[in-house]
Design a binder for this molecule. Structure first.
Ligand code: MAN
Length: 562
């Protein structure tokens, strides 16, 4: 079935309901469709449809002479064919002037197929217009001896077969779209759930960060007091042992890291050697390939060299050194100076005081010293000293918590932006986001990844070219003939996905692509055109847009390509 034939289907369809009542209608004059029968009921006279004041004798109906300004007295001849025709899909009078016909054309009953209107110019023009008038009734005068046989039975049968396939395909496409919409809804819900989880998580994390900020401030303050107290001989030892422990911890961490990098490298060498061993075993020495032979020889030389294997004893020693629980590990706590010893060094008399008073006095003195340091009255003797472990730990806990909070906030922002993003009718493109479809065309394979990007891949090798990144969904109006296989845009409103800012074009713009979508059973690229240098247009079928128009779900498909 050709493109023109398909568009004639649109012309045929509005008449379906009308023919259902055809049996009860009185006989109509030649060329009159059932929806206009009411104007032709009088057996003696006829009033022009758009100007009923002009009343004609019935003999002037279909007398091959145009009497009515709207041509309604000649429904079955071509006498009024010079008037602008009425749209077949809109069987009512156009209010655009008197030179417009009231009738859409000559009505062919097409028994065995679908009734249809053929343009008045085609009536008795000596050509059988089977596409619209399969019963041949438009050539009733047999001009030039032409006789148009009735082919409706055959054409109707073929049409019904194709229509069944179209309906089945449309059914599949609609079902697929429903699945996509359900999937999109599920994904949307997931985003919403994640947003609410993140909000709760962020609230808790904010409280945690506040608490850790407080802890850090307290630890810093307490440590300041502690270092002041430790300024004597014993205090310096404590600081030294702290620094030594910190350095040893760092060295241990680095040793562990270097060891694990060594293990990974060792494993890679083993894998590479295995590949080369296989290569040597499996290559065909009968092929006189110099490059392969050289490679095999080089491998053989390499394999022949003596190499010491891993030293397990040394590794065991290392394990021992790195294990803080091992016998030989330094017991740092033995070198740490407890609060009592610092206090003791400076305030030995406290030993003679009862516990509660000693603690109270200690706290008061410490707090007094801190206040004096903070107010610049007492010099801080340890401004250059390394941060104590307690402060480092508190700070790192705070940093980690802050980082987690930042990550959560970023994720929330992304999800909130995503939740209000335009994903097309019923959010259907959410389900297709990131899904890629490819199509060969000329020297390239073109790829479209929904709501992500378009790419041009040279078939003969070489780098890919970015043809744009997704920016928005648009609606555009198209008006094209539908190919016989239905794989085309047809005419009407269509969704289009716009991709911009692709790879820069030499002497031109950054590459951009418009992907225009029409209903189809599956996702497929139909056509790729470079409309201007580096400005591309893709035509594509997808079930995602079946039965939708301007963001709304329609009862019937927007066009009949299926
Ligand atoms: C490449 C392709 C073409 C494009 C030219 C422009 O060959 O991307 O589509 O027209 O570059 O130089």
């Amino acid at each position: 079935m050709g493109g023109k034939t398909l568009s004639s289907v649109a012309l045929l369809l509005p008449l379906l309901t009308a023919t259902a009542n055809a049996a009860s209608d009185p006989p109509r004059p030649r060329g009159v469709g059932p929806e206009f029968a009411k104007f032709y009921k009088d057996a003696t006279s006829f009033s022009c449809i758009s100007t009923p004041s002009i009343k004609l004798d019935i003999s002037r109906l279909n007398d091959d002479y145009c009497d009515c300004p709207d041509g309604s007295d000649e429904p079955g001849t071509s006498a009024c064919s010079s008037l602008s025709p009425l749209s077949p899909a809109q069987p009512s009078r156009f209010e655009t002037g008197d030179a417009v016909a009231s009738l859409p054309g000559f009505y062919c009953k097409n028994k065995g197929h679908l009734p249809s209107y053929v343009p008045f110019t085609a009536v008795n023009d000596g050509v059988c217009d089977y596409e619209l008038c399969c019963d041949g009734s438009d050539e009733f005068e047999h001009v030039g001896g032409v006789k148009c046989e009735d082919r409706c039975a055959k054409i109707g049968k073929e049409w019904r077969k194709q229509d069944e396939a179209r309906q089945q395909s449309l059914g599949n496409a609609n079902r697929r779209r429903k699945e996509l919409v359900a999937e999109a809804e599920r994904l949307r819900k997931e985003v919403e759930d994640r947003i609410s989880t993140l909000k709760t998580q962020i609230e808790a994390q904010e409280i945690k960060v506040q608490a850790l900020e407080k802890t850090l401030a307290e630890v810093e303050r307490a440590e300041k007091g502690k270092i002041v107290r430790g300024a004597g001989k014993g205090g310096k030892l404590g600081v030294l042992s702290g620094l030594a422990k910190q350095r040893i911890d760092e060295l241990s961490e680095n040793t562990k890291r270097v060891r694990s990098e060594r293990d990974v490298a060792r494993q890679r060498i083993e894998e590479l050697e295995a590949i080369l061993r296989r290569f040597k075993e499996e290559y065909n020495p009968n092929f006189n390939d110099e490059g392969v032979k050289r490679a095999v020889k080089a491998w053989e030389d390499y394999a022949a060299q003596e190499r010491a294997g891993p030293d397990e004893a040394r590794d065991r020693d290392l394990d021992e050194i790195l294990n803080p629980e091992s016998e030989s590990a330094i017991k740092w706590t033995e070198f740490e100076e407890g609060e009592e010893s610092d206090v003791e060094a400076l305030y030995k008399f406290e030993e003679y005081l009862p516990d509660p008073i000693r603690n109270w006095l200690d706290a008061k003195l410490r707090s007094l010293r801190i206040t004096l340091i903070e107010n610049g009255i007492l010099a801080d003797p340890n401004t250059d000293a390394a941060e104590s472990k307690a402060v480092t730990d508190a700070r790192s806990q705070l940093d980690t918590a802050r980082r987690e909070l930042d990550n959560d906030r970023n994720e929330l922002r992304n999800h909130e932006e995503d939740a209000v993003k335009d994903y097309g009718p019923d959010n259907v493109f959410r389900a297709l986001q990131g899904r890629c479809v490819e199509q060969d065309s000329g020297e390239y394979t073109y790829e479209h990844c929904f709501l992500a990007s378009t790419t041009q891949k040279p078939k003969k090798g070489g780098g890919n070219t970015g043809m744009g990144n997704f920016v928005r969904i648009e609606t555009i109006t198209v008006d094209e003939d539908l190919p016989a296989d239905g794989k085309g845009l047809g005419s009407g409103e269509r969704y289009a996905l716009k991709y911009e800012n692709g790879q820069h074009c030499w002497n031109g713009p950054n590459r951009s692509t418009q992907v225009i979508l029409a209903c189809a059973e599956k996702d497929e690229i139909w056509k790729i055109v470079e409309e201007e240098k580096c400005v591309y247009r893709m035509e594509m079928g997808t079930p995602a847009v079946c039965g939708v128009k301007e963001g709304k779900q329609e009862a019937a498909p927007a066009h009949n390509e299926l």
